[in-house]
Design a protein around this ligand. Structure first.
Ligand SMILES: Cc1cc2nc3c(=O)[nH]c(=O)nc-3n(C[C@H](O)[C@H](O)[C@H](O)COP(=O)(O)OP(=O)(O)OC[C@H]3O[C@@H](n4cnc5c(N)ncnc54)[C@H](O)[C@@H]3O)c2cc1C
Length: 486
């Protein structure tokens, strides 16, 4: 055997698996398709938010340890229990999420963030999710409390430092193309295409952590459906479903919502950057809950207040993709612009002092009527409260806005053009709670493990913000440790 454990991919799930396997004393190699300068998968594109269960500020300060007492006194972070986390996974996936995998994701999220910290990672408060309330910094409901220090870029940097410090070898421009099977159907290595051509690399176990298929317009159109080839991937251009195909070729069981994905609302101009070119940066537009969304006909098309941002934003991209010109506008007035996250201070937007002026500037004659009808429909008899699903809805218009409906009547008014950004795909491989890949007869494939975005069976139709990195590292750690023990 060339190595004890081969890890395919070099995103956060893969590197976590490599570190966990190395900690068990295994010899490990990481095989990455991208060149070294683009290494890290979706990690460098990520905001770095990490969702875990906790009892509030006291628990958070065990992870974020560089705050002074004085700073901590001005922070309000509501508790986010494992029960709330778990029940929400089941609720927003319409009870389809694999309960065993969901339970592992949730219960292991906190031990894993502590383990990552013990490996050398640092975390900071995710202040982008907080709002100033007098002299206090108050976290928005359901938002994540922390992020990896320095965001996704910081995460990538430190993960590779740990990998290098532990003497884990990484090979770049090395694309895995086929899994090698042993006499008992076990997986015992992989064939790669590297700078020197094809070669076989052998091992006791292989961890597949090479992402989903969001970067392949062909797979997107085939599985997500007509029109998804027009969506713009937000992250790495290398996730084209290779790992999923290799595993299916050795009898793995497909699982999860193959026609589903995480698709957010992003700055319009980014959504038009030709696919295959690296995006200059990510620019999500996730605050539709405090405003309204209108399409190119000047009409609303979505319940912007259906749920808290963290539970809703990953569904908005799909709605925008179905609109004329696969585009839309987010519209806010000055009552709410203070609640917009920092991303809204970059990119492009249009302001106006009257709705009529805004309608003209956007070229949307129907907008005035849309906003007039919306304002007349707002139920002002219900108190506004952003910390709960306040039921302050609209009445008598379709689509309804279920919560936090406010008249759009205080200038200046601002409109942000948005498009659809696909983040990652939900469909993938069936695994058990040991992160072993299962075959089509329901048995584990010996020697084959999986973690991260190519795992199917947790997210269906919806996703909870900042659970991608948590999920990748939770199952990455399990996969690495078990692969080392193979
Ligand atoms: C813009 C953006 C923002 C995000 N923000 C957050 C956030 O704030 N919080 C959060 O929790 N999640 C976030 N996510 C999601 C998060 O990044 C991922 O869920 C997480 O990084 C797990 O990814 P992964 O390790 O499974 O896959 P990836 O990070 O995509 O890594 C897969 C790797 O496999 C490599 N690869 C592919 N095919 C092959 C092959 N054949 N051979 C060898 N290597 C191969 C790829 O090049 C890539 O490096 C964000 C994602 C994006 C795109």
């Amino acid at each position: 055997m060339d190595y004890d454990v081969i890890v395919i991919g070099a995103g956060s799930a893969a590197l976590t698996a490599a570190i966990a396997a190395r900690n068990e004393g295994a010899s490990v190699v990481v095989l990455e398709k991208s060149p070294r300068e683009s290494r890290g998968g979706n990690c460098p594109f990520a905001g770095g938010g990490y969702r875990f269960w906790h009892g509030g500020l006291k628990d958070v300060l065990e992870i974020v340890t560089d705050l002074s007492e004085e700073e901590a006194r001005c922070i309000s972070i509501p508790a986010y229990s494992a029960d709330v986390f778990y029940n929400k996974v089941l609720q927003i996936t319409e009870q389809r999420a694999d309960p065993k995998l969901a339970e592992v994701l949730v219960t292991e999220s906190t031990p894993t963030v502590k383990w990552l910290k013990a490996q050398g990672l640092s975390f900071e408060l995710a202040t982008r999710h907080a709002i100033r309330d007098g002299d206090r910094l108050k976290w928005k409901a359901a938002s994540t409390a922390i992020r990896v220090k320095g965001g996704g870029e910081g995460f990538r940097t430190v993960l590779f430092e740990i990998v290098e410090r532990k003497g884990i070898e990484a090979q770049y421009q090395t694309r895995a193309v086929k899994l090698l099977s042993g006499p008992r159907g076990n997986v015992c290595g992989v064939t790669v295409l590297g700078p020197e051509g094809f070669r076989d690399v052998t091992s006791k176990a292989v961890v597949l952590a090479c992402g989903g298929f969001e970067s392949s317009p062909e797979w997107r159109a085939r599985y997500l459906g007509v029109g998804w080839d027009l969506a713009r991937p937000r992250g790495t251009k290398y996730n084209t479903g290779d790992g999923i195909k290799m595993a299916l070729d050795v009898g793995a069981r497909p699982a999860g919502h193959w026609s589903g994905c995480h698709a957010a609302s992003i700055d319009y101009s980014l959504s038009r950057v030709p696919e295959g070119e690296d995006l200059p940066h990510d620019l999500p537009r996730n605050e539709c809950t405090v405003g309204i969304l209108v399409n190119a006909d000047g009409l609303r098309f979505f319940d912007e207040g259906e749920d808290f941002k963290a539970y809703l934003y990953a569904r908005v991209g799909r709605q925008i993709l179905q609109q004329p010109q696969t585009a839309a506008w987010q519209i806010f007035d000055s009552k709410v612009t203070g609640r917009l996250d920092p991303d809204y201070s970059s990119g492009s937007w249009i302001t106006a002092n009257t709705i009529e002026e805004l309608a003209e500037k956007l070229g949307l004659p129907a907008l005035t009527r849309t906003i007039t009808e919306f304002n007349q429909a707002v139920r002002e008899d219900v108190p506004l409260n952003y910390d709960i699903l306040d039921g302050r809805s609209t009445a008598g218009i379709t689509p309804r806005k279920s919560n936090w409906a406010r008249k759009i009547d205080r200038p200046p008014f601002v409109a942000y053009p948005v498009g659809c950004g696909v983040t990652f795909t939900f469909g993938g491989l069936k695994i058990n709670t040991r992160a072993q890949v299962m075959d089509t007869s329901g048995e584990p494939i010996r020697g084959l493990y999986a973690a991260g975005e190519l795992v199917g069976g947790i997210w269906y139709k919806a996703y909870i913000g900042a659970s991608g990195i948590a999920g990748g590292t939770v199952f990455g750690k399990i996969a690495g440790a078990n692969a080392a023990g193979e």
